[in-house]
Design a protein around this ligand. Structure first.
Ligand code: RNT
Ligand code: ZN
Length: 413
């Protein structure tokens, strides 16, 4: 018997079906964030990264052009099993022949290269307006007191809806468009309400444009604080949750965006009680919203478990969001994606009904005993089999990255 067959028999004993789990996993599309490849720089300007987020590190080989980023994404995807979606930001617009357009004037044509790229590879596309790294984002954006600045960003949001619709039409699948603004204040505000009312008005204005709701799934992402905006964040959890509920859009939870003792895994079930769909940015905050690479750690596994146990794989939109510039960026993508997949697999290999019944009957001893025993079950053998049948390398993928670093990344200036 090979290792997969042995593992299958072991899982069968506790009532888990490995073949079924692998089939389910194969169909889970995760949205891979383009911005890990170039430290959230984008191509639309030379402005440095702003918005209270930060990449640290100076590992050689970051992508400097759309071509290089596409090449790197291809490399990463070749090391990740399954078929996924690519998550773009508006600052990744591709301008040709010395043309350019400010954020309020972006059009689908500026993203045609990306749409072609995705289409050729059978990838879906998701999108994000970029409300940072721009001269008009030095103060607030959608919550700005300056009416022309606020309008500029409203126009940006509207332009992004059009681009998202274009992606969905071109690729024949919905495009998730996520709105996140950095607006906030360093010190204690005199007026917390007015910026929030302006943010609401701006969102209303953006969403008042007609767009096809079947094609574009609009999300709103909340945050607790950003660097330089430690005392007040306009788009707080309560603001975004209430807005999403009222406007009929999708709330997005980034697990780096809460107080360190709050867990997104615990929030998922509450959100699913009231929303048809919710979205996640899976990241790893270390002490703060530091956007470290996602590991196969307890919280990632618990998030996956909550989604799977709630039978909500078609209701929870999964995207990654981190940016580590201190290690090989291709490896950063691959590690995070594969870890989320492993976490999902580990959830799919648990006897959900049996575990729920133990809780229901109050047998918490048996629940703990089984849960702990399962932690050392041969998940790795099932995972390697999954990689094999989906034409991705097994645990030896890293040598491919080393080769790519030698042959491609090291040659970049
Ligand atoms: C920032 C948010 C946001 C960004 C990306 C680049 O704190 O998490 O999602 O990371 O839009
Ligand atoms: Zn995020």
């Amino acid at each position: 018997m090979n290792r997969y067959e042995e593992a299958k028999a072991i899982y069968k004993e506790i009532g888990a079906d490995t073949d079924k789990a692998l089939e389910t996993l194969k169909n889970i599309r995760i949205s891979i964030h383009c911005w890990q490849g170039d430290d959230v720089r984008g191509f639309d300007s030379d402005n440095s990264l702003s918005g209270g987020i930060q990449t640290t590190g100076n590992y050689p080989g970051k992508a400097r052009s759309p071509e290089e980023l596409m090449q790197d994404i291809d490399k990463a995807l070749s090391l990740i099993p399954g078929r996924h979606k690519l998550n773009l930001h508006a600052c990744y617009a591709v301008f040709e022949n010395n043309s350019s357009a400010d954020r309020d004037k972006l059009e689908p044509k500026h993203f045609q290269k990306w749409a072609d790229f995705a289409k050729e590879r059978g990838l879906g596309l998701d999108f994000n307006p970029t409300f940072f790294s721009h001269p008009k984002a030095s103060g607030m954006t959608l919550a700005s007191t300056d009416e022309s600045t606020r309008k500029f960003w409203v126009e940006h949001g509207k332009a992004c809806l059009k681009i998202s619709e274009y992606f969905a039409s071109k690729l024949n699948q919905p495009c998730v468009m996520n709105i996140w603004i950095p607006d906030g204040l360093k010190d204690i505000p005199a007026d917390r309400l007015s910026p929030r009312l302006r943010f609401k008005q701006s969102l209303d204005e953006i969403l008042s444009t007609s767009y096809d709701k079947e094609k574009v799934r609009v999300c709103l992402e909340s945050k607790v604080f950003g660097i330089g905006m430690e005392s007040y964040t306009v788009g707080s959890a309560e603001f975004c949750l209430n807005y999403a509920n009222q406007a009929g859009i999708i709330p997005l939870m980034d697990n780096g965006h809460y107080h360190p003792t709050e867990l997104v895994s615990d929030k998922i079930s509450s959100m699913l009680t009231f929303f048809d769909k919710i979205a996640l940015h899976i990241t790893r905050g270390v002490r703060w919203d530091s956007d470290h690479v996602v590991l196969f750690d307890d919280e990632t596994r618990e998030i996956a478990k909550e989604i799977v146990f709630a039978n909500a794989l078609d209701r929870v939109i999964i995207a990654l969001d981190y940016f580590d510039a201190s290690i090989n960026r291709i490896a950063a993508w691959v590690i995070g994606m594969r870890n989320v997949q492993k976490a999902l697999l580990s959830a799919l290999l648990q006897p959900v009904e049996k575990l729920k019944a133990l809780q229901q009957s109050g047998d918490f001893t048996a629940l703990m005993a089984l849960t702990e025993e399962m932690k050392t079950f041969p998940l790795g053998d099932v995972w390697e089999h999954f990689c094999e049948i989906n034409n991705a390398p097994k645990s030896d993928w890293f040598s491919e990255v080393q080769k790519y670093e030698r042959d491609v990344l090291k040659l970049r200036g």
